[in-house]
Write a protein that binds this ligand. Structure first.
Ligand SMILES: Cc1ncc(COP(=O)(O)O)c(C=O)c1O
Length: 434
């Protein structure tokens, strides 16, 4: 079954025609833990971490890999990321606090965000995060004030927006000229000179992040070239030494059978050679290279199981198959028109003879999970397994229609461990005051 390539690498079909992930029968997981159920395959998660480290350091020894928490984070995942020796990229006091509560080493946390509050910056200073990635002039002045108040000298990177088009969905472009993220390149020199003039702030390098699900290598190479030229000019004019170049994340994941994502080695090769050649040409010392993959670490490691409920035929139009989740746990199709693929976990050996549309259960017509997918004949009670749900599903989840956020299990070698319990009705009113 060709769609299996979109599932974690441990996915297989047993002799009952059931989908197994991490050696666990997904139909049994659905029965034991209920649905919607998010499954993370531990082997895939750890292998991706290793692959990123190896592919980059082989080509550029001084590379540090920071997992981007916004793709998905909880305490168990933070633990795995820590064990794999990666750093963590966070964008809010909330993500910072999850890292802290999981005992993540704060020196290995980089704090991003386009509108950090004074409270968040204070927390970052108090907990001693490795870098604060400054996004704008206001933040720079605020940080200077707070650093002076506290008497510590934070290490910072400056986020500049290179004005590069990464050819991805417009909602997930971040490094173009018209962007709320970072200082536009035209103000780059002013931002850098201002930072260098602040004795309480230690400028260690520069950062860009141009977008997500970027399947081309050229936009990264263009951005690196722009940044190295800028660094060379700033070295000459202001004596700036770029110790670190943080090129963000954005590495693509394979969401459809016919469009494989570039391998990590291809990104590593393109980025490493751009930095090495550029530095050589410009007479710059090679900076430490920071990468911040999110989607590509967790995306394919995550699968969601739903139970089929109502099947509704609209003659000559379509057959709607409604499942017990939808936009509240995975808003990607509704938000970006993202396409996921799925299989019937209990009917893997059957022929796909029916074209159906998978609908969510939430009160929006836009809550359609997958339009026009071929599946074996579907009936109420079947378990649908949707691929590529590890990234930007749970992290964007809501309680829309007062739904309960799903449980999450981590699977490995035939064992499943609950790493987040399903919410209960009590959780829905936990913060209410009467
Ligand atoms: C600063 C920064 N770094 C890293 C990432 C991770 O991107 P991705 O999940 O596409 O790898 C993001 C996501 O938007 C980001 O904003």
């Amino acid at each position: 079954m060709s769609r299996l390539v979109l599932f974690p690498s441990t996915a297989e079909v047993d002799n009952k025609g059931h989908l197994l992930i991490g050696g666990c029968d997904t139909v049994e997981l659905a029965a034991e833990f209920g649905t919607p159920l998010y499954i993370f395959d531990e082997f895939s998660l750890r292998s991706r971490c290793t692959e990123f480290k190896q592919e980059f350091t082989q080509r550029y020894a001084d590379t540090a890999v920071f997992y981007s928490a916004k793709a998905f984070i909880n305490k168990a995942l933070a633990q795995i990321i820590k064990e794999e020796g990666l750093g963590l990229e966070v964008v809010s006091g909330g993500e910072l606090s999850i890292a802290h509560s999981a005992g993540f080493p704060m020196q290995k946390v980089y704090f991003h965000g386009n509108n950090k509050s004074a409270e968040e910056l204070r927390l970052a200073l108090e907990w001693g995060v490795g870098r604060i990635v400054v996004d704008n002039f206001q933040e720079l002045n605020l940080l200077d004030e707070l650093a002076r108040e506290r008497g510590n000298k934070p290490d910072v990177l400056l986020r500049l927006s290179p004005g590069v088009d990464p050819h991805t969905h417009r909602y997930i472009i971040t490094g173009n000229l018209d962007s709320k993220f970072g200082v536009p390149m035209v103000h780059g020199e002013k931002a850098l000179a201002t930072t260098l003039s602040m004795p309480e702030i230690n400028l260690r390098g520069l950062h860009f992040h141009i977008g997500s699900q970027i399947a081309e290598l050229e936009p990264y190479q263009q951005a690196i070239e722009i940044f190295l030229n800028f660094a060379a000019e700033m070295k000459q004019k202001h004596g700036f030494e770029m110790e670190e170049l943080d090129v963000g994340g954005g590495f693509a994941v394979q969401y459809d059978v016919d469009t494989p994502a570039p391998p990590i080695s291809a990104y590593a090769q393109a980025m490493a050679s751009s930095v090495i050649n550029g530095c050589q040409k410009l007479g710059l010392a090679q900076p430490r290279l920071i990468i911040e993959p999110g989607r590509s670490v967790v995306g394919q490691a995550g699968v969601v199981l739903y139970t089929v409920g109502v099947v509704k035929d609209i003659p000559s139009v379509r057959r709607y198959v409604s499942v017990d989740g939808g936009m509240a746990d995975n808003i990607r199709p509704a938000l970006y028109g993202a396409r996921h693929e799925a299989v019937l976990a209990s009917k893997m050996a059957e022929k796909e003879t029916e074209k159906v549309t998978i609908a969510g259960k939430f009160c929006e017509s836009g809550d359609t999970l997958i339009e026009n997918i071929m599946l074996p004949p579907v009936a109420a009670g079947d378990v649908l397994a949707v691929a590529d749900c590890g990234a930007y599903c749970l992290s964007l989840a809501s309680n829309y229609n007062a739904s309960l956020k799903p449980a999450i299990v981590l699977v490995k070698e035939g064992k499943a461990r609950l790493i987040r319990r399903r919410e209960t009705f009590d959780d829905l009113t936990r913060c209410d005051l009467v």
